[in-house]
Design a protein around this ligand. Structure first.
Ligand code: 5GP
Length: 233
C-alpha cells in the first residue's frame, strides 16, 4: 500500500479502491505540539478499537463519518476525504486551553456548549481562528462554517449521552472534518481519549490523554478501562 500521509499518531495509506483509505494507528503519543513524545506499545490498537466503536455508535445515532470498518489490530478502512485543516473543539465544561486563555474557572459548566475553530498548522502552534479567518484562508464559506458548527454540536449531543451512560462527563473534545469526492462535509479523523477530555462523575478521575500530558497515570491502563466501560454499556 502507498503511504499517503504520516502524522504524529496515524499513517494513512491508499488502497486498491481510490475512494477508500486505510488508517494505521501508531504506538506513538505526543503532547504539547511534539514537546513530549513516547512510544507506547498497544496504544495504536486501543485507539483503533475505541475510535471504531465510537464511530459505530455515532452511525447508529444517525451521524455519518468516514469510518467504514476495522480491518486489523491497529487499522481501519475509511472513506477518502480531503481533510479541512481546522480542529473543531466543542467545550461543555471549562478545562485546558480556555482556562489559560480566558481565565474562566476550571470545572465551570457552560450554559450552552461552545464551538471553537483552530487552524491545523503545527508551525503556527494551531492558533484559534474566527469565521472571517476561515474565509480569508479559503477553508470554508459562512455556510460551511455553520454546517461544521451544527455537525459538531450533533456529535456533542450523542457523545455526551454515551459518556453519561459510562458515568463520565464529556468536558470537551476535538474533531476534524473532510470533504468527500462529491464535496460533502463528513466527520473524519478519530474520536478517542486522545481527542476528548473525560472526567469520572464521582471521582473526577481523568479517562483521557491528560494522564499522559500531566504524568498522572498509565495511558494504557486508562484507555483499557475506558474501552471496557464503553463495551459495558
Ligand atoms: P485544549 O484546547 O483545551 O487544549 O483541548 C480541548 C480538547 O480538544 C481536548 O479534549 C483535547 O484533547 C482536544 N484537542 C485539542 N487539540 C488537539 C490536538 O492537537 N490533538 C488532539 N489529539 N486533541 C486535541
Amino acid at each position: 500500500m502507498t503511504l499517503l500521509y504520516e502524522g504524529k499518531a496515524k499513517s494513512v495509506y491508499e488502497t486498491d479502491d481510490k475512494n477508500v483509505l486505510s488508517i494505521e494507528y501508531k504506538d506513538e503519543v505526543t503532547a504539547g505540539n511534539g514537546e513530549k513524545h513516547d512510544f507506547i506499545p498497544g496504544k495504536g490498537h486501543l485507539n483503533n478499537i475505541i475510535s471504531a466503536a465510537l464511530f459505530e455508535r455515532l452511525h447508529a445515532f444517525g451521524i455519518p463519518s468516514h469510518f467504514i470498518a476495522k480491518t486489523g489490530e491497529a487499522s481501519q478502512l475509511v472513506k477518502r476525504v480531503d481533510i479541512i485543516p481546522l480542529e473543531v473543539v466543542v467545550r461543555n465544561t471549562a478545562a485546558g486551553n480556555i482556562v489559560k486563555r480566558l481565565g474562566v474557572t476550571e470545572g465551570e459548566v457552560f450554559e450552552t456548549p461552545l464551538v471553537e475553530f483552530y487552524l491545523k498548522e503545527d508551525s503556527l502552534n494551531d492558533p484559534i481562528v474566527t469565521e472571517d479567518h476561515i474565509k480569508l484562508l479559503g477553508h470554508g464559506t459562512d455556510s460551511n462554517v455553520a454546517e461544521l458548527k451544527e455537525k459538531a454540536l450533533a456529535v456533542n449531543e450523542v457523545l455526551t449521552g454515551i459518556m453519561n451512560k459510562m458515568n463520565l462527563t464529556l468536558v470537551d473534545f476535538k474533531i476534524e472534518f473532510g470533504r468527500d469526492v462529491e464535496g460533502n462535509i463528513l466527520l473524519a479523523d478519530e474520536i478517542s481519549p486522545d481527542t476528548c477530555r473525560l472526567w469520572d462523575k464521582d471521582t473526577n478521575e481523568n479517562f483521557d490523554k491528560d494522564v499522559y500530558r500531566n504524568d498522572t497515570g498509565s495511558l494504557i491502563d486508562t484507555y483499557n478501562k475506558f474501552y471496557n466501560k464503553l463495551e459495558g454499556i
